[in-house]
Design a protein around this ligand. Sequence first.
Ligand SMILES: [Ca+2]
Length: 480
Amino acid sequence: MTSLPETTLDDVRIDLNLNNPNNTQTVRYINPSSQSRLQNGNGHQASKSSSGRCSKPCLIGLGIGLAIGVLLVIAIAVPVGLTRTSSSVNTTNLQLVQNCIGQDITRQPVIIDTDVDVDDLWAILYLINVPTVDVVAITTVGDGFSAPLYSSSNVLSLLGLVGCTDGIPVASGFSVSSLSTGWTVANSILTGIDNYLTSSSCLNQSTDIFLQPSPFDAVELIIYTLKYSQRPVDILVLGPFTNIAAAITRDRSIVPKIGTLYVSGGQFKSISDYPTLTPNPNLGTYPYLVKPSGTSSNVFLDLLAVQRVDDSGIKNYVAMPSSIQHLLPANLSQVDMKLKALNITLSPFVYKLITSLANCTNQAESAISWWDNSAAQLMVQMQNNNTNGFCTTLQNVQSLYILSADSDQLFGQGLIDFQKTRPNTQGLSNYTICTQANEDTFLTEFLTKISSNNLYSCETTYRNRFDIKLQSCLATYGYN
Ligand SMILES: [Ca+2]
């Protein structure tokens, strides 16, 4: 019997290192000569004959056994090792960036996506004064009720005017609807509010023109904020859904990080309320030049975006329907009486901000409601499980927005009560909606908060702002 040759395939040994996931070299082939030295050094051998040497059958058996072992170990251990290695590295990087940002996790992070109408400014002013809310980003669309160039600059101007300069990231987003030009609502039906803050015939404010939007684009900031926030982020949609839909379609991994998506507007009308579901060719005039009766502006302005967000798998949707917002008229006499009753004196700017919309836009006072700021207030009520909030009744519904151009009178309508007439309809979204509201309770909360000037969401400096910290932390630790 001869001694073992210096090198044979049978001598290849597998060295696994699963305990150190950062070591990507999970399978190691040992040089056979070093194997021999190891064996000589510690006297450990797999099999020996009675004389201390392995016989030929013994060597064959040993070789087959080792070969099978090699294959099994490679087949099982390598994928496991690589998986563990990959996820561990990513988790570490994610946590490093999260820790580096230093987010205040005691408050509920919120992204406000807005078309920057005047009632959007009311909503922002309210939310930055709510102690339980951390407004981590304000993202703007330019396909709603303000022109693209004015949308983010008017948010920056408002923040500057109330003492929140540089405190919150404001990111510019999409300026055109998911529907192409020519198929969107005509500009002529969008009331001009672009110069509300600065016009000499309106609020006549001097604004800080040096305030800059976020270095992130709106869609990018929505994605990164959701990804690197340490807790789920609520999104409040106060305009067309264009940015939100774009963020979700660009990176669907953000969907589980969305806590609740709150919607301002929307319509929830029973399908049985329509006299006929048969399309009437005389009603469909695409593209629409006016908003069809009963539709919600934020929905109608980009219906494709609404459909994509609705069907994306977000866990919770909450809406403040247009019909309930109309029950909250912005009655100026009522505002004055409530201010007096609460013994509140608003700053001249804030008072004019909430009372000048009808006057500045040549509308009747009765045409103005607490639209988007009521959606903001509903969000705070639900986040805090407040049973004494202004929304006194909530209802769970399943809704479907009709996209088909053949649907004519149903186009852009949010329908409910499918169980009665079409129980097998797919694609329904679960919404919690406010169905009754108390105007007095609403106004007390709104005026109290906007008069406080506590500016909870404005406490961080520019360098420590979520987006600026995010940018520097990503540069330090890398982009996953
Ligand atoms: Ca709005």
